[in-house]
Design a protein around this ligand. Structure first.
Ligand code: AMP
Length: 367
């Protein structure tokens, strides 16, 4: 393995360079597949031996995400390190960066996205509007917040929430104590209810040189807080597209971001978009790009972090992406026989209920 000296590291990284990915789930796996097609080697760090990404990569460090020895070796072995999920400890990313590794996206973007209060504060500061919110540390904050924001309002843990976990609707002050207990009495955010007509998302990328590439919007359907379906490109007017693009650029520039980002939006109708949350990584609502675009979000991320020119983002097909959760995967023989469907399976052995096992894209070529 080579030991990069980042003081002389020059971009773009040539094929044959090594990319490190923190996290070895399906996003790491699809990133690794995209990277290998461009001639890179990939090393995964994940505590789970033989994780989905490791099985398509050159190697794996089987270690905790905050294991100092593993981080040191990973930093030295890789020309650039990235991550596939936002709950990687920000301190680990800082450690890698301080050790001289090139890390993208950087620690600031990760830290902002890990805390819902910091995230919304940042978003509003760069002109990307969100629902009104209050920080909740103790029960009295929640009761006062309900009076300010109105009920019902949504209580979410500040940190570590994903796919609707750690969330509770609060219909009145009488429910406050129960809701706070339901999320473990942890530091939280209380959000005003967004009266959205639909949920959209935008996948965008920014390079080391500040160049930005933005994909067409996707329209998303969730069930139980988990994404089920994305249709893209979403039917949106020119003004909404322009607004979403401006939001993406403000966020990317505000974070001095490098890589792909997923931005979830609430469409309130009448051209008003609010940002729900940002994910500093490739995103489930961007999987449609695998079969709808020449350069998908995974290749785009690899291009961005390696300092390559960003790829084209226009869609050549309309795509419906459906997540295969838990036992949905059992339908693979039928799905494989559908002429316009493309299967993407993650190689996970155990189909626990609700677990993301794969996705299927249905492709409607743009004539
Ligand atoms: P999140 O974990 O923040 O992405 O939330 C999961 C889902 O809950 C979103 O996709 C929305 O469907 C819903 N949701 C989240 N925040 C709000 C809100 N403030 N108002 C209404 N619905 C929300």
């Amino acid at each position: 393995m080579t030991t990069p000296d980042t003081s002389v590291l020059t971009l773009p990284l040539p094929p044959g360079s090594t990319i490190g990915i923190m996290g070895g789930g399906q996003l790491g796996r699809m990133l690794s597949q995209a990277a290998s097609r461009l001639g890179f080697d990939v090393l995964i760090l994940d505590p789970e031996e033989n994780c989905p990404a490791a099985r398509v990569s050159r190697g794996q460090f089987v270690a905790a995400y905050d294991d100092p020895a593993a981080l040191n070796i990973m930093g030295r072995a890789c020309d650039v390190v990235t991550f596939e999920f936002e709950n990687v400890p920000a301190a680990s990313i800082e450690r890698l960066a301080e050790g001289g590794a090139l890390v993208a996206p950087g620690p600031t973007a990760l830290a902002v996205a890990q805390d819902r209060v910091d995230e919304k504060t940042f978003l509003n500061a760069v002109g990307a509007s969100t629902v009104d919110f209050v920080a909740v540390d103790v029960l009295d904050d929640l009761i006062a917040g309900l009076a300010t924001l109105g009920a019902p309002a949504l209580l979410k843990t500040r940190r570590d929430g994903y796919d609707g976990k750690g969330q509770a609707w609060v219909a009145s002050a009488y429910e406050a104590a129960g809701a706070f207990a339901a999320i473990g009495g942890r530091p939280a955010i209380l959000e005003a209810r967004a009266a959205f007509t639909r949920e959209l998302s935008i996948i965008a990328a920014r390079g080391h040189d500040g160049s930005v590439a933005v994909y067409p919007l996707g329209e998303n359907q969730h069930a139980g807080g988990v994404l089920r379906l994305t249709s893209a490109p979403a039917a949106v007017d020119v003004a909404t597209t322009a607004r979403a693009r401006a939001i993406a650029e403000a966020i990317l520039d505000g974070l001095d971001y490098v890589g792909v980002i997923g931005i979830e939006l609430f469409d309130l109708g009448h051209g008003t978009l609010l940002v729900n949350e940002i994910a500093p990584r490739v995103h489930n609502t961007g999987h449609w790009t695998q079969d709808g675009c020449v350069c998908d979000q995974f290749e785009q991320h690899i291009r961005a972090i390696a300092g390559w020119p960003l790829g084209p983002t226009q869609a050549h097909a309309r795509v419906e992406m459906t997540n295969l959760l838990g036992s949905d995967i059992d339908a693979w023989p039928t799905l494989a026989a559908e002429p316009d469907a493309r299967l993407h399976l993650y190689g996970k052995a155990e189909a626990r209920p609700g677990r993301k096992m794969g996705h299927v894209t249905r492709i409607y070529p743009d004539t």
